[in-house]
Design a protein around this ligand. Structure first.
Ligand code: SF4
Length: 345
């Protein structure tokens, strides 16, 4: 029996689990074994996802489950994504409780983030529905490595997504992530052209692996020509982790170089991330050059957009989802025990 959720197309014997470890064949059906269980909850700034054009300054309730359908050697969440331990899934979390907790905590959205929601698709869709019933929006942080039908299902009601484009090189995808580039590009084109999902892209730059001028040039040209100039592109810094502890952290100059190449190629909103770089973290009006959101890491120091997201100087619309004044959550990170919000207790 084959699992068709992602391009891996794992073929499973009775009782066997797929590469993601959370989908298994049971009684001649492929089932999700982690529905309703989470590896933890935390309130974060939305900018940490990273999303710089989606309800800026607001708090988001972040959570994940366990397992992943890629095997990135540099994974920064490997304790969750590669978990084989049911003990990792500490919190019982029904969708209504998650939505209620988000509202009670003052979060505008819930993010599926510590591992890829592709592998817990059915659970993520149930959480989306519960959130929307309470007016809470939803965010997928994903590698976009998903097959066509589940892709439609996952993103049908999602409000925003940050998609990891890990490289623009098939050899890198194969060697470092055990995946392929083409399905990720398909997901990006699908989101940009066939959905209302607000999309931003993140590329984690690793020295000597995916940071050449040529690759960044090709990647950013593809983004502009196939997705349009308004899709924000984040270049973030790698920190040694998991099976790549022998590679040095990415120098800030690499991120600044990548941002300059992307801007030269027409990307209107290119960012640096995981480093202190106020210019690279800020949002600029592409028409008149005004600094629209002055960001200091995750803090918004100054905000020069109208309530409907227009530049206060030239009235050009800034792409994204803006809704009134920015939030004031700041850079705080607040771990949450979901049981404290369980209405059934
Ligand atoms: S979702 Fe999991 S089980 Fe299904 S094909 Fe992908 S890795 Fe295999």
């Amino acid at each position: 029996m084959q699992c068709d959720v992602c391009p891996r197309a794992c073929r499973l014997h009775e009782g066997q689990r797929g590469l993601c470890f959370v989908r298994a064949r049971e009684h001649d059906r492929v089932v999700l074994t982690t529905w309703g269980r989470s590896s933890g909850f935390c309130v974060d700034p939305i900018e940490k996802k990273p999303l710089n054009h989606f309800l800026p300054g607001t708090a988001v309730l972040s959570f994940g489950t366990a397992g992943c359908n890629l095997a990135c050697r540099f994974c920064q969440n490997w304790d969750i994504s590669k978990s084989r331990e049911v003990a990792t899934l500490c919190d019982q979390a029904n969708p209504e409780t998650i939505a209620y907790a988000a509202r009670a905590l003052g979060c505008r959205s819930v993010a599926f983030t510590y591992n890829d929601p592709v592998v817990f698709l059915e659970y993520a869709v149930d959480v989306v529905e519960a959130c929307h019933a309470l007016g809470i929006r939803t965010v997928a942080v994903t590698a976009g490595y998903v097959s066509a039908a589940p892709r439609r299902e996952l993103f049908r009601h999602m409000d925003a997504a940050n998609v990891d484009l890990k490289s623009f090189n098939e050899e890198f995808y194969h060697r470092v992530t055990a995946g392929h580039l083409a399905p990720v590009l398909e997901t990006l084109e699908y989101l940009a052209h066939e959905t209302q999902v607000w999309v931003e892209i993140t590329t984690l730059l690793i020295t000597g692996q995916n940071d050449s001028d040529g690759e960044i040039d090709a990647l950013s040209r593809w983004v502009v020509s196939r997705l349009g100039p308004d899709v924000p592109l984040h270049f973030t810094a790698f920190h040694p982790d998991w099976k790549m502890r022998d590679v040095a952290p990415t120098p800030p100059a690499t991120l600044a170089r990548a941002r300059a190449i992307a801007r030269r190629n027409g990307v209107r909103h290119a960012y640096t991330g995981n480093v202190h770089d106020r210019d690279g973290a800020s949002t600029w009006c592409h028409a008149c050059g005004l600094r629209l959101l002055d960001r200091d890491w995750y803090e918004i120091a100054d905000y020069r957009l109208t309530d409907d997201g227009r530049c206060v100087r030239c009235a050009t619309s800034c792409p994204g989802r803006f809704d009134g004044r920015p939030g004031a959550w700041g850079a705080r990170r607040l771990p949450v025990r979901l049981a404290d919000f369980d209405l059934r207790r």
